[in-house]
Write a protein that binds this ligand. Structure first.
Ligand SMILES: NC(=O)c1ccc[n+]([C@@H]2O[C@H](COP(=O)([O-])OP(=O)(O)OC[C@H]3O[C@@H](n4cnc5c(N)ncnc54)[C@H](OP(=O)(O)O)[C@@H]3O)[C@@H](O)[C@H]2O)c1
Length: 268
């Protein structure tokens, strides 16, 4: 059955692949970005900045005014700031959380009154495998995604009486615009005190992302979640080794997980 779906961050990468795929399946899809390109798309673009409360409310109101309701919110908009945790300034931390965590929470609060009134809806929050384990030199990104995890767990319980399903998706590495949109702390950009490890880790994360999976794979998982009457709370999607460590982490000693990650990112 055709659903009304609102996707944040639909101008690129995972959000765009999901918008294209879901609209090809006959859903009514609205996709946001800060500056829609004006190109002809099979879904409806909306201008919205998740860091701006007014912009969030007006985008959600626009969809509800046109369609009467929203069946699915896909919270996907996000970006990364790389750097050593010591080197993050207050505004840099704020910027990371404002998009990846507070932006998602703003969207949820904006759609909930209408979903609660209808006692129906799905909220799908894009986290990351980095939301299940702290990644070196992506520490604030991981912290913001860990926040998405705790928030989503609590939200799923609060919304149970309203028949609103909450789902978290943890992608591994996917080839998207994420790598080129990543920014770095001012200190690390200018050769900070973590220079060698920082450079090695960044080179590896960029290589992993650009050699990553095709975003269509994630779009298919989103379509499956939308079709399902009773979706799981969590879907981990991506390369086998990344899915494996994410699944095994709770059962492994912390020191072993840290060794695996330090070895992977060449942090010595
Ligand atoms: N690619 C990966 O390997 C990977 C892995 C794990 C998790 N993820 C997560 O997947 C999500 C999508 O990332 P992606 O890889 O598809 O990256 P991407 O290609 O860079 O796309 C990011 C999208 O987010 C939007 N966005 C960024 N800041 C925004 C803001 N303030 N307000 C509204 N929209 C904003 C961008 O739109 P505009 O710039 O046009 O506004 C763009 O459409 C993110 O949450 C990311 O953390 C990605």
């Amino acid at each position: 059955m055709s659903q009304v779906i609102l996707i944040t961050g639909a101008s690129s990468g995972l959000g765009k692949a999901a918008a294209d795929f879901l609209s090809s399946q006959g859903h009514i899809v609205y996709g946001t970005s800060r500056k829609p390109s004006g190109e002809k798309l099979p879904w409806k673009p909306i201008s919205m900045d998740v860091t701006n409360q007014q912009s969030v409310e007006s985008a959600v109101n626009e969809v509800i005014a046109k369609e009467g309701h929203i069946d699915v919110l896909l919270n996907n908009a996000g970006m990364g700031i790389g750097g050593a945790l010591e080197n993050f300034s207050g505004p840099e931390v704020q910027k990371q959380f404002d998009t990846n965590f507070f932006g998602m929470a703003r969207m949820v609060s904006a759609v909930l009154p209408s979903m609660r009134a209808r006692k129906s809806g799905k909220i799908i929050n894009i986290s990351s495998i980095g939301g299940l384990m702290g990644l070196p030199f992506q520490g604030q990104y991981s912290a913001a995604k860990f926040a998405v995890e705790g928030y989503s767990e609590a939200l799923s319980m609060e919304l149970k009486p309203f028949n609103i399903k909450v789902v978290v998706v943890n992608p591994g590495d996917f080839k998207t615009g994420f790598t080129s949109s990543r920014i770095f702390t001012e200190i690390d950009s200018n050769g900070g005190n973590y220079d060698v490890n920082f450079k090695k880790a960044v080179a590896i994360m960029e290589k992993d992302e650009q050699g990553g999976s095709n975003p269509v794979i994630l779009a298919r998982t989103i379509a499956k979640i939308i079709r399902s009457k009773n979706p799981n709370f969590r879907y981990i999607v991506g390369r086998f080794d990344q899915r494996l460590i994410a699944r095994l982490k709770p059962f492994l000693p912390n020191a072993l997980v840290a060794w695996i990650l330090r070895d992977h990112y060449k942090v010595s």
